[in-house]
Design a protein around this ligand. Sequence first.
Ligand code: ASP
Length: 412
Amino acid sequence: MLKTWFEIPLWQRVITALILGVLTGWAWGPEAESIKWIGDFFIKSIKMLVVPLIFFSLVSGVAAIGDLRKLGAVGGRAMLLFVVTGQIAVWLGLALGTFVQPGAGVDTSAIQMGATPEPNPTTAVDMILSIVPESPVQVMADVAVLPLIVFSMLVGIGILMAKEEGEPVQKVFDSGAVIMQKVTMIVMELTPFGVFALMAWVAGTLGIDALIALSKLVALNYAGCLLIIFVMYSAMIKFLARLPVRDFFRGIIDAMAVSYSTASSNATLPVTLRCAERNLGVSNSVASFVISLGATINMNGTAMYLGLATLFGAQIFGVDLSLGQYFLISILATLGAVGAAGIPGAGLIMMALVFGAVGVPLETIAFVAGVDRIMDMMRTTTNVSGDAAVATTVAVMTGEIDTAEMISADDV
Ligand code: ASP
């Protein structure tokens, strides 16, 4: 029996667990919370990998790129794709909010308000300062991903500059990166159990009243995210990367399932990396560089949602927005998505940044908080798929992909 279990490809076990989890949650109701600890155990196990995985694979990846000019080529292309797709995403959210008017006629009295999170004090200057790692050890202990990326990239660049003298240390990082990939494989085997428990918990505890009143917003959030994934990313893979779209999605299905159930780009990072390298054939150097960076700053689902939610808030509280304010929202939503940590609910906190600037009451946050998780799951899947799409496209542009590996990915 154990043998048969391991013979089923992991993604099939994960998808089955996801469906069974939802059914169990519906049948069981709020009591399903009693098995949430299994999901927490799973999330903790993958979180454990984040720091060593970023540190080893990013240093080894940057060093493997071989020269600084090529590093600039990869980084420049990735940033360009992050910015362009982010802007398209915010304007999509604004368009959906404007044309469908999800906030019109919503009766706020039907819903129990969640707690309003503390407005985020982050200013642009704070954000810039926070990427400098004052103490690399502290940064690792705090799992502060952005400064860790900066530090790891600098170490990788140092190895490149040290040439022959850097080689022994480069070997240590190469070997560390391989070891961490093996550890990831072990932890990945927990995925079906974790996904099952998390889905049962979400499906069992979601308040139906809130869901009905806010259903338009939830539906639009899903529609926007699905458009981003299946239209924008598909177009990117088809026209920029010139690869088969179906194989791309098939290759990242594990990462999509894990991001959907955990609602955390950071927690999914080890899985995204593994999918990109193993199933899509993206080189280790490009995957570790682009995906680690993307998991923190490339959040198109979050950007789209911030635009949409601002209009929703304006509609339920009767605030008129000018075209100038639309542009302000598009800039702030992009900044909010960059600044949002890859953890559950980060986008909800970032709403304060956008709302405050255009005069939408912060109570909107409390209003949508009850259904945020179900929307967060979809935004996170969008964010994570975007990281994989950009990594794949950049890998194709810079000749860092082994497409034979992707096309033969029959048994991922
Ligand atoms: N949970 C999302 C992520 O980790 C961020 C968000 O809340 O939008 O990607």
